[in-house]
Design a protein around this ligand. Structure first.
Ligand code: BGC
Length: 743
């Protein structure tokens, strides 16, 4: 991505001022709020178009009617379905992140969009958060290093990334109202870094304000977050766009650095930054200057996107559904799948030895792309695992599929769309304030009770139907040459608007897996899902393969890994706990409740918590096996000019297959002045090696990689002293250690 020259910037600012001078108050106001569900108002007279936005992170969403959450019913809005951010993060490959950004940006531009509402980079605080599948990791460094190239890839297409949701959008429960109390250090060390990198390193053109409150104020009206941090500390000069319905108060939103209000209602003139703001300006209660500032930021983004101005003719036009997009999506899917366990070399399977393959589990044949909330996609196609296996094996092998368990059907009804419903219980008061119609706690509890009653009803239905399905599956696997179980979650569970109630596999899958493993010890257990699940039977299974929602080529990648054409190289970007009770949010109870939550664990989320408490997770952060084996050797340090530390070490492929290893570098302060996590990920390298080959890896740790946030000086501080450097294949599998002395 090119950065603008100073001269160019000056020219742009001049043009912005000249446009601004020509605009009436009405015209300016029309630009700062939605004029349709996904487009802002433009000023035709001056050649300023509206800004076309679209979800989302897994591909460009289908077209909706401009004023209703009803699909337009087009046949030209099918698109490439990209791996979810959780899948992308499991590749630990910034190059793949750049490629995926490039595909997403090209498809968005190809569909005529200006802003793509992606990537989602919230830190995964609890495994139960309904939108975790859309996010990358529990670790800020890993998130930042993948978000930056992803954003660059998008914006190289003259499309803006809208990095979301700023900030700490850590739960879906009561998402519009929940107030999160977070201390400054935790914000700075955990929740801010990826957003800061998005702004400063990727030069993101836009940022989406989150629904939730942070420390008492809604994120879209939060001066501390938007004015002091985003614009003040980080120097952001792009556009801040509200989440859809995230603005509640006219004056507060007007007087802070939010630039564009979007919502889910069709009464566009009644948006907070429409007529209500105009009234306040007319009465002299709010200065027109606040509108000017917003228009400037929006115009600046539009110049950068070449929507207007002298470079308009050279704007890229994008493309969608191209064969090379599908190739890149396949590569990412292949790199994203994680081999959690593989005893007795149960995997890969030898396709030549299989005459009859039995596949059990609804996720073998499930289509995931059309669910999840705003991340839903009208995919050009989606190859499910069953199709992937059949395409791979051809007609000479018998592939028998049995459902195994029952999934209660949930139909989408567009007369009653979830997205508009997601703001149900909120209505506009005469003061222009969004409030709950029947009082916040009551309305939410009623909704929650209804949901729980529905879940109980579904559980009864599942139990009833499973009897026959279990029996069928147990019978079917008996005479197979190989058995593959494909279960996990789906977007009824990994979904926007609700958190999971527990971390268990749904639809009685644990019972089914136990029963099947009794008959077939060699059953390969595989999952598709967006967030960790408990696996109480895991000691009994020989092989466990995990895939997040990996895009349109999921099934192709799946088959290639199962049969060993590809070595699995994905690693967990989040901890897979043994049981939910081991998680910090289960212990402190500050999750999934309404009203307000205190992030009292501070920095101790994810592996930082498991490390400190010495709790062994089922599969730790950074874990992922391979069909080949890697050794690590020869760790060296050198202090560079300026105090950076350059380390080198050698990774060798000592197995029999080409494979890639993700070598991770953690820093553990020794005798730190203040309480600090035991160790933190600071860098990593993905190394692809042929059998017998080795490579020397060189990694530079900057002084700031050793820093912590000092709440007294309100700044990051790096103390001189000794730091242990840990190099390993996961956060627990440390292969090399050394002590670096920082002057
Ligand atoms: C979601 C956003 C999304 C927006 C527009 C909201 O409900 O939180 O992530 O981009 O809707 O669909």
């Amino acid at each position: 991505m090119k950065t603008e020259s100073k001269k160019n910037q000056k020219k742009t600012e001049k043009e912005i001022e000249s446009l601004l001078k020509k605009m009436t108050l009405d015209e300016k106001i029309s630009m700062i709020h939605g004029a349709s569900l996904f487009r802002s108002g433009g000023v035709e007279r001056l050649g300023i178009p509206g800004i076309e936005t679209s979800d989302g992170p897994m591909g460009v969403r289908e077209e909706f009617m401009s004023d209703r959450w009803v699909p337009a019913g087009n046949n030209d809005d099918r698109v490439s379905y990209l791996p979810s951010n959780s899948a992308l993060a499991s590749t630990w490959n910034p190059y793949r992140a750049y490629e995926m950004g490039k595909v997403l940006g090209a498809e968005a531009r190809g569909r005529g969009k200006d802003v793509i509402l992606a990537p989602g980079i919230n830190i995964k605080r609890s495994p139960l958060c309904g939108r975790n599948f859309e996010y990358m990791s529990e670790d800020p460094k890993l998130t930042a290093t993948l978000a930056v190239p992803f954003i660059k890839g998008i914006q190289d297409n003259d499309v803006a990334a809208c990095v979301k949701h700023f900030t700490a959008n850590v739960q879906e429960t009561d998402r519009l109202m929940v107030d999160e109390e977070i201390d400054e250090r935790t914000l700075q060390e955990l929740y801010f870094p990826a957003f800061k990198a998005a702004v400063q390193e990727a030069n993101a053109y836009s940022v989406m304000g989150a629904y939730n409150k942070v420390n008492g104020y809604h994120c879209c009206e939060n001066k501390k977050l938007l004015d002091d941090v985003l614009r003040g500390e980080w120097g952001f000069d792009g556009a801040v766009i509200s989440d859809w319905g995230g603005v509640h108060l006219t004056r507060e939103a007007a007087e802070c650095s939010l630039d564009l209000e979007m919502s889910v209602f069709p009464d566009f003139d009644e948006y907070m930054l429409a007529n209500p703001l105009k009234e306040l300006i007319k009465k002299g209660e709010v200065s027109e200057e606040v509108v000017n500032a917003k228009v400037r930021n929006l115009l600046r983004m539009m110049f950068r996107l070449k929507m207007i101005g002298r470079e308009k003719a050279s704007r890229r036009s994008g493309s969608y559904n191209t064969p090379d997009h599908r190739q890149m999506i396949l590569r990412t899917a292949e790199e994203s799948m994680i081999l959690l366990k593989n005893e007795k070399q149960a995997l890969p399977l030898n396709a030549f030895r299989i005459k009859k393959l039995v596949v059990v589990g609804q996720n073998a044949a499930w289509i995931h792309s059309d669910g999840g909330g705003s991340a839903e996609i009208k995919a050009l196609y989606e190859i499910c695992p069953l199709m992937g296996l059949k395409c791979y094996l051809g007609g000479g092998t018998q592939v028998k599929y049995v459902k195994g368990y029952h999934v209660p059907e949930k139909r989408k009804t567009f007369d009653h769309n979830w997205q508009a419903d997601s703001l149900d219980g909120l209505e506009r008061s005469t003061a222009g304030i969004l409030t709950r119609d029947d009082g916040a706690p009551k309305s939410h509890r009623a909704e929650e009770d209804e949901r729980l009653a529905q879940l109980a009803k579904e559980a009864a239905e599942v139990h009833e139907k499973n009897k026959a399905l279990f029996a069928e599956a147990i019978e079917a696997v008996k005479d197979a040459d190989a058995v593959i179980y494909v279960g996990g979650l789906n977007h009824y569970i990994d979904s926007e608007g609700a958190d999971r109630t527990d971390m268990k596999l749904p639809y009685e899958q644990d019972e089914l897996i136990e029963a099947l493993l009794k008959v077939r010890k060699d059953m390969i257990v595989t999952f598709i899902g967006g967030s960790p699940v408990e696996m109480p039977w895991r000691d009994k299974a020989q092989a466990i393969l995990w895939s997040y929602y990996a895009g349109m080529e999921t099934g192709t990648a799946f088959a290639r890994i199962i049969f060993g054409d590809i070595d699995p190289s994905g690693k967990l970007a989040e901890t897979f706990p043994n049981v939910y009770g081991d998680c910090v949010t289960a212990k402190n109870g500050q999750f999934g409740v309404q009203g307000s939550i205190r992030l009292e664990e501070g920095l101790y989320c994810g592996y930082r918590y498991f490390d400190r408490q010495r709790i062994a997770p089922a599969f730790c952060f950074g874990h992922g096996l391979s069909y080949t084996r890697f050794t690590y050797s020869g760790l060296t340090f050198k202090t560079e000019k300026g105090g950076d530390i350059k380390l080198t070490f050698t990774v060798k492929n000592v197995g029999k297959m080409v494979g890639a290893e993700i070598a991770q570098v953690y820093v553990a302060p020794i005798g730190a002045k203040i309480d600090r996590p035991d160790k933190e990920l600071k860098s990593y390298a993905k190394v692809e090696l042929a059998p017998g080959k080795s490579r020397k890896v060189a990694i530079t740790l900057k002084r700031e990689d050793f820093a912590y946030y000092d709440e007294n000086s309100h700044d990051f501080v790096t103390d001189a002293g000794d730091y242990e450097i840990l190099v390993g294949a996961s956060c627990e599998d440390i292969r090399l250690k050394g002590i670096a002395a920082l002057a």
